[in-house]
Design a protein around this ligand. Sequence first.
Ligand code: ADP
Ligand code: ZN
Length: 625
Amino acid sequence: MKELLEQGCAQIPDSTSSGLSSTLRDVFGHNQFRPMQEDIIRYLLQGHDTLVIMPTGGGKSLCYQLPALHLPHTTLVISPLIALMQNQIDALQATGVAATCINSSMDSAEASERERAAIRGDYRLIYLAPERLMSPAGQRLLTKMKISLIAVDEAHCISEWGHDFRPEYRMLGEMRANDPERFSSIPLVALTATATPRVAEDITLQLRLDEPREFQTSFERTNLRYEVRPKHDMMKQVFEYLDENPNDEGIIYCQSRARCEQIADQLQRRGMSALPYHAGLENEVRKQNQHDFIYGSARVIVATIAFGMGIDKPDVRFVIHADLPRHMEGYYQETGRAGRDGMNADCILFYSAADRTKVEYFIEQKEDADQRDHAYWMLNKMIRYAHTTDCRCIPLLDYFGEKHNGECGHCDNCLNPPKLVEATQDARKLLSAIARTNQRYGLTHIIDILRGSNAQKVVDRNHHQLSVHGIGKDKPKSHWLNVAETLLRDGHLGMTVDEYRTTHLTESSTSVLKGELPITVAISRAIKTKDDVVVRRSKNEPTRPVDAALFDALRVVRRELAEKKGVPPYVIFGDISLKHMAADYPINDFAFLQIPGVGQTKLERYGEQFMAVIRDFAPQTSSCD
Ligand code: ADP
Ligand code: ZN
């Protein structure tokens, strides 16, 4: 097997079902194919064009990496992200597969050397950046090297309808059209995690796919826990979350560069390794920050949506949205960066009505009425997600036209259904306070009055003498916010779309005030930590208890090895492998090979070092141990 991997054109392993399974096990260290992987691989090996639509973390890479080991010549992979490309090469090399990439990050001597090697057939896989395709060197390479399969990753980039349009991708379609003789015998697989029917059609058309078969898995990410938390004191809430999950690394998304800096700064002051990531940073700084996050020396990256695409790391354990995203697609994509390794991860949205009006304020600035309407339409979907007391997967997957049965078992509403409480009296109190202050104040001030505050602002305006002052003392601020959110959602309360966000009554407020309209509010009951909820345990996690001390010790070994080799820790072993090691205590080669993510090459390279640590922790079963 060893020679077979390291040489480009060695003898090809058999492609029967058992042949594919043994490559899966021996090289990639996985025991079973994920849904559709095997069908896709077979179809490609039969030489057909294929379109694969699978969510992030679904295991798309394997769909071309495994066939690459069963085909006579090189597999060419077009991939738009240098960081991602490098990750994949590192990971492939760590499993012993001869793979390389050519992109703008290397000097031309290095690039030419790799091109010569590619033409000699030294690689199983070669990754090219799309702009390379356009260059004369890229064109020369393509005509000279022997290719068995072309994989186009992030294929939605070819479409103007998708996000991240990359015109260079179209070149590939033209080349295929111009030289049918050469390309008709080379199957092409296009892969993406985002394709509306329109984008899928565009991919087929632009890449000139020949009657491609489309493989699409569900977009549901069952290892992600979706949760919406009311935003009261965001930084405090974020600190709490980070303190509760001290070993986890993740992303915090926010809407502006200034917010990024501010949040990163506040985290740093609390002694956390957090770095900002946005378009306003110097290129070098941004690259360094991304590197530090991927290599595990920064725990949190605080990012604007603009640069999300560059952050690719399989062991992201949480994605927090500090601000309301403008649309569901963005939200799905951003949360999708969590848990790519298949292990549990949290996706938390902090939501407040003030955020909603903030977005509305921006929408109002748009001059074009159609654009404004469209932006509102998208925002409303997002709001529906934030407010729903049903399963969050319903609005989340609705974007992809997928109907969910409403019982995902991994969102807050499914795991811990919100409690509905009667709040008619409280709604009347709140609206009265707004009426008594002539509909001229924001929520914070109104709630201050209800809770009997004697703050300067209240006293200065004589609001401490109003009859409503203090009538809501018995309930916390969070309750009053919740009541206000509910009234806003249902249109019984209005808020101005400007920076003051003053509250006012609406037509239906009167019915509430008169007591004609009963009001109930949903009280969400936050789930404390990821592992609290047993039902949610992803099927990838070990069933036996994980020895936390051993897990930590294994992480240390992994980090040392990664530093020595200059690769991200997950390239050595993913968290999932370490967790299984810390649950199963494998102390011989056979047992070690059973661990997910351990193939022959990784056993040979790292097995001894990890087993040495495991032996120290393994329960002693007999005196001869
Ligand atoms: P995508 O490109 O679809 O986002 P990846 O190809 O990066 O996803 O795969 C996500 C994770 O799933 C990787 O850590 C990979 O090793 C793992 N994986 C892929 N296929 C399998 C499988 N059959 N069994 C177990 N893990 C798998
Ligand atoms: Zn649900």
